[in-house]
Ligand binder design. Structure first.
Ligand SMILES: [Zn+2]
Length: 770
């Protein structure tokens, strides 16, 4: 028994003994079945050979990958051969009988490791599992005997990169593909065209890249009106694209190109103004958002253009799917355009079922392009807006605005790829502490949320669920300029994504995932990737306790590292209080906590101010229903002493109400004197979130008859602020009462706003009485 190991131990100096490691098969994504057994391990030595079936070029390439991967982690680069030796062999083969063509098995014995797949791609995933089971800096590695059986849950496992907003070099695109491959992702959705740049060479329309790939300058920050004065541009030649497609193919990844139409086309219009309704002139956009100028479907030349472009695209991309966008296409130009109106008349399009004739005009464009592509043997994918009007007969829907579009499409018998913003938008912040982050578009998608995403909701029948081909995460790059920043935004959230894509729901477990994550992060480091380290930060659960009228604080880390904290605002050190289980807070306090690890993976300092007022942790009754998307933990969050730290209203600290009077009653438990009432409103007018218009405070001793204490009309004071936190304080002569009722009224949105005339959302984080 274990003779091989003992022999190896004897041949090492004492110092080297420690560096002998066993492979850990519990990698990310987690294989379906891992059965280890007793027996002599397989020892990876420099005499190991990788064996592939002779004449199979893809398997030869697989063998090369495995040799390269093992070399990175262990320094051993095995020879590759088609003749299996008696021992010391890693044997790659295909022919596994399994209806899932991406299924593979790994068997480890003393003399060999075999990876058998149902296809060459399947073997590649087996190779990825094997290489990830070896630690990033393994010196001497042994593999315990094991049988692994594995197959992915979803056939479509996607990741998108937007290169239109910020161009990325061909070399970086390859590096991005490597990152996808490491996570068993098999679809690379390449967003190649948008208002801010056209990035693919089209020989029939050379100005698309001569003019359309260049913008004069870029807006600073979030559409501030200030510009950087620096030209930005770039595109991929057809030769570069072929090279990238081949590079991805070698890694068993299909590249799906997106030509976003008929909206998001300003770059093309700048090059060929005759394709627009007004004829221009147009400019490649230097700011972000949705633009009114789109392709004119009234003109036949538009279709000639699209068909020429797509003819060249399909020559370059072997993918079955071509993504034709279809999102965010305003109809205002079409409404005014005589060509578009003539087309609507000719097609006898009418307003019906809540959609305007112009929506059906977009459906006509989509259906016509679909027919063109179907005739060339291709299928289309479109964003969920293609559901508005009539859905093209064979289209696959990419559901991004939520799950609803995907659910509807699946119910209609269409294929669906789920990519809702709330789980799959990696341009959103990954932490609540956005002050310390590089500028992002907003939102909040922490890794745990990505991990727990379930793309096939229970509302669907089994047959409809089968229409959910898979899921994908998207990286839009308005604010993401550099390769380093791209990597930071996708890793390690892509690790969580890969488990949501690969692992069956009953085998998913976030806590267990976290224990497997550090090994993968070490590999990221070895490969030189710039990954985010938020997972090493201290996590805090702060829960109002209405029995003790205080805030319960629980701190934790991914690896149970020692956590130190202070309550006086100073930065913790190893001499500070060591966290030793839940504690409670009643007073105004600033908590700072940090994990201090011997390994050096020190966390960022967690910092949270507790602003407990006399209303803090007192029973609160909300007589108004919050918007379900912004309800979070419910009414207790309005008296938890925690403020929203920024105007990012999706962090869970702001409770949102849709155009209703907010009415809350706080029971102070005993007659209590107060002389101020304060509320804080998060205002983001661009997202229809306005300040309150009026605040009324009333008091009562019996919770039935209330008397007005104070009120304030806000006179639209903040209706021109586009993004701000508005703090409102009512001050009055001291009043003593047991119950206080606060009413906060919404604002009717003003004439300059697209929502004019209806009531805005109101977001509040805390009600403070003092
Ligand atoms: Zn038109």
């Amino acid at each position: 028994m274990l003779i091989a190991v003992i022999a190896l131990l004897l041949s090492c100096s004492p110092k080297e003994k420690k560096s002998i490691e066993s492979a850990n098969y519990r990698v990310i994504p987690l294989p379906s079945e891992i059965v280890t057994s007793e027996g002599n391990p397989f020892v990876l030595s420099s005499s190991v050979k990788i064996v592939f079936p002779e004449g199979n070029e893809k398997m030869h390439r697989n063998a090369e990958f495995l040799a390269e991967f093992l070399n990175i982690s262990t320094g051993i680069k095995p020879d590759i051969t088609s003749t299996a030796p008696e021992k010391n062999a890693i044997i790659l083969s295909i022919g596994l009988q399994n209806p899932n063509k991406e299924a593979y098995e790994i068997a480890v014995g003393e003399n060999s490791i075999t990876i058998t797949g149902a296809s060459e791609a399947a073997v590649f995933y087996g190779i990825q599992t094997l290489r990830k089971s070896v630690s990033a800096d393994a010196k001497r590695i042994v593999f315990q005997p094991v049988k692994i059986k594995d197959e992915p849950r979803f056939a479509y496992r996607g990741m998108m990169l937007d290169v239109a907003r910020h161009f990325q070099s061909a070399d970086f695109v390859k590096r991005y593909i490597d990152i996808l491959a490491l996570h068993n992702i098999n679809r690379f959705h390449w967003h190649l065209t948008d208002d801010q740049g056209w990035r693919i060479e089209i020989k029939a329309y050379p100005k698309l890249t001569v003019v359309g790939s260049q913008r004069e300058q870029t807006v600073v920050g979030k559409n501030t009106g200030e510009y950087d004065g620096k030209p930005h541009g770039g595109f991929y030649t057809q030769e570069e694209i072929k090279d990238i497609v081949k590079y991805a193919q070698d890694r068993h990844i299909t590249v799906i190109p997106e030509i976003d139409l008929p909206g998001h086309m300003l770059a093309a219009l700048a090059a060929y103004p005759e394709l627009g309704c007004t004829g221009g002139p147009y400019e490649v956009a230097g700011s972000w958002g949705v633009f009114d100028d789109v392709l004119c479907p009234g003109k036949e030349g538009t279709f000639t253009f699209l068909e020429s472009v797509l003819s060249e695209v399909i020559e370059l991309f072997p993918s079955e799917y071509i993504h034709i966008g279809g999102d965010e296409c305003p109809k205002v130009r079409w409404e005014e355009c005589s060509d578009c109106q003539a087309r609507i008349k000719e097609l006898k399009l009418k307003d019906k079922e809540g959609h305007k004739a112009e929506h059906y005009l977009q459906s006509y464009v989509t259906a016509r392009i679909e027919k063109f592509l179907n005739n060339k043997g291709k299928s289309i994918i479109g964003w969920d807006e293609i559901l508005e009007g009539e859905l093209a007969p064979n289209a696959t829907v990419m559901s991004w605005r939520g799950m609803e579009g995907g659910i509807q499409a699946a119910q209609m018998g269409h294929d669906v790829i789920m990519t809702p913003t709330a789980y799959c938008y990696f341009d959103y912040y990954q932490t609540q502490n956005t002050d310390e982050e590089p500028l992002a578009i907003g939102g909040y998608v922490p890794i745990e949320k990505v991990y727990n995403f379930e793309p096939a909701p229970e509302i669907l029948t089994d047959k409809q669920k089968a229409r959910i081909l898979g899921l994908q995460a998207n990286l839009w790059t308005e604010y993401i300029e550099t390769p380093d920043y791209v990597e930071y935004m996708i890793m390690p959230r892509i690790a969580a994504l890969s488990e949501a894509q690969w692992v069956k729901p009953e085998k998913k477990n976030y806590e267990a995932f976290l224990t497997r994550l550090p090994g993968l992060l070490n590999l990221y480091g070895k490969l030189g990737y710039n990954y985010a380290t938020h997972v090493f930060d201290v996590q805090a659960k702060m829960i109002p306790n209405f029995e003790t009228n205080s805030l319960d604080v629980e701190l934790s880390t991914i690896d149970n590292a020692p956590v130190y904290y202070t309550l006086d605002g100073t930065v913790p050190t190893v001499s500070s209080t060591k966290y030793d289980g839940k504690f409670s807070i009643r007073e105004n306090t600033e908590i700072k906590a940090m994990a201090i690890r011997a390994s050096g993976n020190t966390s960022k300092v967690l910092s949270e101010k507790i602003n407990a007022s006399k209303a803090g942790y007192k029973p609160i009754t909300l007589l108004t229903t919050p918007d379900p998307n912004y309800r979070y933990t419910g009414e207790s969050m309005l008296v938890d002493g925690l403020f929203g730290n920024s105007t990012n209203y999706k962090t869970g600290k702001w409770m949102g109400f849709k155009g209703e009077n907010i009415v809350a009653i706080i029971d102070m438990l005993e007659p209590t004197e107060i002389s101020t009432a304060q509320i804080r409103n998060c205002v983001v007018t661009g997202d229809w979130i306005f300040d309150a218009s009026e605040i009324i405070l009333e008091s009562s001793d019996n919770n039935s008859v209330f008397t007005v204490v104070s009120s304030q009309k806000l006179l639209d004071a903040n209706t021109t602020h586009w993004s701000d936190i508005a703090v409102h304080t009512l001050s009055f002569d001291p009043v003593t009462a047991r119950y206080f009722r606060l009413t906060v009224k919404p604002t009717v949105m003003p004439a300059w706003h697209p929502g004019k005339g209806s009531k805005g959302y109101v977001f509040i984080d805390e009600i403070s009485l003092n």
